[in-house]
Design a protein around this ligand. Structure first.
Ligand SMILES: Nc1ncnc2c1ncn2[C@@H]1O[C@H](COP(=O)(O)OP(=O)(O)OP(=O)(O)O)[C@@H](O)[C@H]1O
Length: 576
């Protein structure tokens, strides 16, 4: 039922075109049927020594017309099929990029990608060609059966008996086609997943000498796709050759029973011959019906995977995620009220009653041992995840009450590994704020101390920073990410400091940028460097999912043993 409904949803906008395609197909078939008649007239004229020019002309015109109409029909249907694929991709991509972060983390991105690229293509035939096949095949099947009923109802019963018997067997095979196709598509998803894993960590792959093993893993998935593809092909072959079998067996049965009827005088030889001819005419419509049914099975397998992806939970953005309105530019306060949180019900709690209060502006550093739950604080502020218990307040309002696009428009977020997107440096900078002016870009470049880099690059801002920005150093990547966040004109900046060591110049540059920014807006930093914590106005010490102390560097060194230890051993050395 679900499959039907989804297929109908994809087919509905194109029903007029599919009707036109069906009409073309029927007209093509009709002109083909007229050709033998014209040929018969031609032979008769030859016998009578009459002129055949006129008949030849008609015959030629029929051939040309029939072919032209069929070509138009085929084009219209193929075009529509492509449009169905396009519409399915459009809807699917629209959903996938709005998925909740947790939903994506639970899925295999490669598999999700294959639903957009591979599964949608399987919708091509089922929504168009198979509809036409079903309608045209059904109509000619009915017409032929009517003619057969008119000739000899008894022989028709014999024929239908055989067809129903073999049809029943074919019906049993049909779900196997769907099942095999679905498994083949799942395997295609696994190929994408495995490829994504390999290309996602390509250097590690090389350095680990893991090429052969990864190739074998991808090969195994490809082999799995092959195995199920072949199985689907096998069942499709069984289904389509069954048509021939049904007709052959019917032929023998009609020949036997019809012969007996001729001998008993119940029917004439002429009727038997005509009936047998119709029996062979039946091959085409039945084949088309079986083809339509197996296409439907293939399509329904793809639909199941597409529907599954469309069902994943998306964020509620009211379709307005391009929000840039930020309700002024006053710095935003942040408060956690007894926040309890775990990533999934099957995972342990990460936050056990986290509470702190950060009035804006200024720098607040979050420190604590690895795994204490510092980065998770940012995920909750951005509402990538929602607190299991307690409240997260931004600007005094619960994040669940903020319109999501507006909340995110007010926050700049710099991730720990500061990913750089494939494209030019400019594209990277304006990613979060596509409408910024040249002057604003220039200003932020200076603030983020990127102006010297831009001057050095061969094409300035238009330099392609490459796949995952591999041409930028770690420090430059961080500052590009900060510049990107600043161009969004945030009222709150979340900075997950890189854990990697920066050189003295880069570290000082970063420190200056943060200090300058914090004059106007609230800055929260997950700090891994002594240079950052010493500049912070306030330090929040986290341990095992709780806040254990809040204070300045000097206060905490004196009062909190864990902080003292972190300051002495864990923070990355400072050059300041
Ligand atoms: N997306 C996620 N899904 C499930 N568990 C997660 C996820 N992100 C983090 N965790 C878990 O939550 C805990 C806290 O992680 P978090 O990243 O907040 O720690 P952190 O204090 O920032 O650590 P670090 O300083 O090493 O970055 C860790 O045990 C981690 O394994």
């Amino acid at each position: 039922m679900e499959t039907w409904r989804t297929l109908y949803r994809h087919f509905r906008p194109h029903r007029a075109v599919v009707a036109l395609g069906t009409l073309c197909s029927l007209i093509g078939a009709a002109t083909a049927l007229l050709q033998p008649l014209a040929a018969k007239t031609l032979v008769e004229r030859l016998d009578d020594n009459g002129s055949i020019a006129g008949v030849l002309l008609v015959l030629t015109a029929l051939v040309l017309l029939g072919t032209a109409i069929e070509a138009v029909g085929a084009y219209v249907l193929e075009r529509t099929a492509e449009s169905v694929v396009l519409a399915a991709r459009h809807t699917l991509v629209g959903r996938l990029l709005r998925l909740r972060v947790a939903e994506v983390e639970r899925s295999e991105p490669g598999d999700l990608m294959s639903r957009v690229t591979s599964d949608t293509t399987l919708l091509r035939a089922v929504t168009t060609q198979s509809v036409v096949s079903a309608i045209a095949g059904g109509l000619s099947f009915a017409a032929t059966i009517a003619m057969m009923a008119f000739l000899d109802p008894v022989l028709l019963l014999v024929t239908l008996g055989v067809i129903v018997l073999i049809g029943g067997a074919v019906a049993l095979v049909m779900p196997k086609i769907a099942q095999a196709t679905q498994r083949a598509q799942t395997a295609v998803g696994s190929i994408s997943t495995a490829l994504e894993r390999a290309f996602g960590a390509f250097r590690t792959l090389k350095a680990s000498g893991a090429e052969r093993r990864e190739i074998a893993a991808i090969d195994a998935a490809a082999r799995e796709a092959w195995r199920h593809g072949v199985r689907s092909a096998k069942w499709q072959a069984v289904a389509s050759t069954s048509v021939g079998l049904a007709v052959q067996v019917s032929f023998l049965a009609v020949l036997g029973i019809g012969g007996a009827r001729v001998a008993s005088g119940a029917t004439s030889v002429a009727t038997l011959v005509a009936f047998l001819l119709y029996l062979f005419y039946l091959i085409e419509p039945v084949s088309r019906l079986v083809e339509a049914a197996s296409q439907y099975q293939v399509g329904s397998a793809a639909i199941a995977r597409i529907v599954h992806a469309e069902r994943l939970a998306t964020e509620e953005t009211d379709g307005a995620e391009e929000e840039t309105e930020t309700d002024g530019d006053a710095p935003l306060s942040v408060a956690f009220e007894d926040v309890t949180f775990r990533y999934r019900p099957d995972l342990p709690y990460v936050h056990h009653g986290v509470a702190f209060d950060v009035p804006g502006p200024g720098v607040t550093a979050f420190v604590g041992p690895s795994g204490a739950g510092k980065t998770t604080v940012f995920g909750l502020i951005e509402r990538f995840y929602e607190a299991t218990d307690g409240r997260v307040l931004v600007g005094g309002t619960d994040v669940r009450e903020w319109p999501l696009p507006r909340l995110r428009a007010a926050i700049g977020y710099v991730e720990q590994d500061a990913p750089v997107l494939a494209g030019t440096l400019r594209e990277n900078l304006v990613f979060a704020a596509p409408d910024v002016s040249e002057a604003e870009i220039g200003g932020v470049l200076v603030r983020a101390k990127l102006d010297a880099l831009v001057e050095r690059l061969p094409d300035g801002l238009e330099t392609v920073v490459g796949h995952r920005g591999s041409k930028l150093s770690g420090g430059e990547r961080q500052r590009v990410a900060i510049a990107r966040a600043l161009l969004r004109k945030p009222r709150l900046l979340l900075l997950d400091e890189a854990t990697s060591q920066l050189d003295a110049v880069n570290e000082l540059a970063l420190r200056d940028v943060v200090t300058a920014v914090a004059r106007d807006i609230t800055v929260l930093v997950v700090a891994h460097r002594l240079s950052t914590v010493t500049l912070a106005d306030r330090i929040v010490v986290m341990d095992a999912g709780k806040v254990r102390a809040v204070g300045s560097h000097v206060e905490l060194v004196a009062s909190d043993p864990l902080y003292g230890e972190l300051a002495a051993t864990q923070f990355l050395a400072t050059s300041a």
